[in-house]
Design a protein around this ligand. Structure first.
Ligand code: PHB
Length: 377
């Protein structure tokens, strides 16, 4: 709450004071990985931002909003240089995007220095929102799905697990909170395996996981790497080993899920959004997204980008966002009781009780992620 008040205040003060605002156009810097390993994140968020503006217009306050999209290719130094240029040369009133934690962390001091609001739409390590009072996040934070998965494991009689995470901020958050949850539930994590963020080879760690023979393998890899993990998982026969595969929703993201093959059936994941969420709000969002982007299906990155734009417009208009019925923790919890996976012919998808969480939620157990099963349906 505190953070959001600051960001709204920051936007408002900029809107009234900065010389750039005297101009007719309000520029927003959107820094995303449009190329490289994380490009699916960039493409999803960019598409969602464009959809939001097509639906809501580009003059929320009467002045035109101009999005300056910059490709950082997932490289922190590049992102920092681009942010500097956007702030100093282009005089943007806010910066948004940030596909990876190291990028958000590299740019946060610039936001503080320049007093420019920074809307984090993807990066999901818990510490990011403490890196600058000008940061607000509309995406998840990894302890949330990790703790939800540990609870599911405990509730389903899983006493031993191995963790496999990408070796950087969000992975370590996921590992920490999953392990804590397992221990709190009376179980144990017998091995903690990590893979590098850049160009990971999952084969050796999957072999070690198979050799350890836990009841479950819990995984987190950033959005975009799930397909490679799923492929290696199947190639090493882990889908037939009796080891239960559980993960954060980043692994089975909607952008890649249909290409992951049968090995992902019955995988249980926790996440804050699923394209299969059956609310009317989400059905309309998915349908509009597909009309605008015929070859794409929105994933959790898209919805965080869309929410980020809603936050920006609301701040510029000096009012709180009109939240949809699925994205308040209280309503989300209520909604979760009647949101069940229903079979439909011919398609494989993650049937998450996917729930958008409120941007103010930080830390686990605040209503967002629920454990769900991937089924053929
Ligand atoms: C991150 O770098 O914080 C990050 C990126 C992609 C995800 C989750 C976390 O899916």
């Amino acid at each position: 709450m505190h953070t959001r008040r600051i960001i709204i205040a920051a936007l408002l003060s900029l809107a009234s004071a900065a010389p750039a605002i005297a101009q007719e156009t309000l520029k927003i810097g959107l820094i995303l990985p449009m190329t490289g390993q994380q490009q699916s994140t960039g493409k999803q968020i960019d598409a969602a931002v464009r959809l939001f503006m097509a639906q809501n217009g580009d003059t929320p306050t009467g002045k035109k909003i101009e999005i300056l999209l910059r490709d950082d290719a997932g490289v922190p130094d590049t992102a920092k240089r681009l942010a500097q240029e956007l702030i100093v040369k282009d005089k943007v009133i806010a910066i948004a995007g940030f596909g990876l934690t190291p990028i958000a962390m590299a740019i946060a001091p610039l936001a503080t220095q320049a007093k420019v609001p920074m809307i984090v739409m993807a990066a999901a390590t818990s510490v990011i929102t403490t890196a600058s009072p000008f940061v607000v996040r509309t995406s998840q934070v990894l302890p949330q799905p990790a703790a939800a998965m540990a609870k599911w494991a405990a509730d389903n009689g899983i006493k031993s697990a191995v963790t496999l995470v990408a070796d950087y901020g969000p992975g370590i958050d996921a590992e920490t909170w999953f392990t804590k949850g397992m221990k709190d539930g009376g179980g144990d994590v017998t091995a903690q395996l990590r893979t590098p963020l850049a160009a990971p080879d999952f084969a050796p760690v999957l072999q070690r996981a198979a050799d350890a023979k836990p009841q479950a393998l819990f995984a987190f890899v950033p959005s975009g790497q799930g397909a490679a993990l799923a492929k290696q998982f199947a190639e090493r026969g882990l889908d037939k080993s009796g080891i239960r595969f559980i993960a954060t929703g980043d692994v089975t993201d909607d952008d890649q899920l249909n290409g992951m093959g049968n090995a992902m059936l019955d995988v249980v994941t926790a996440g804050f959004y699923s394209a299969a969420h059956p609310s009317e709000t989400n059905k309309k969002f998915v349908a509009a997204f597909k009309v605008a982007n015929p070859s794409m299906r929105p994933n959790f990155m898209a919805v965080a980008g869309y929410d980020g734009m809603e936050l920006l417009y609301a701040a510029l208009r000096k009012r709180k966002p009109a939240r949809a019925d699925i994205d308040r923790p209280r309503n989300a919890r209520r909604g979760a009781q009647h949101l069940y996976p229903q079979s439909r012919a011919g398609e494989r998808r993650t049937l998450q009780r996917g729930i958008r969480h409120h941007p103010d939620d930080e830390g686990p157990g605040q209503g967002g992620p629920q454990a769900v099963t991937t089924r053929r349906c």
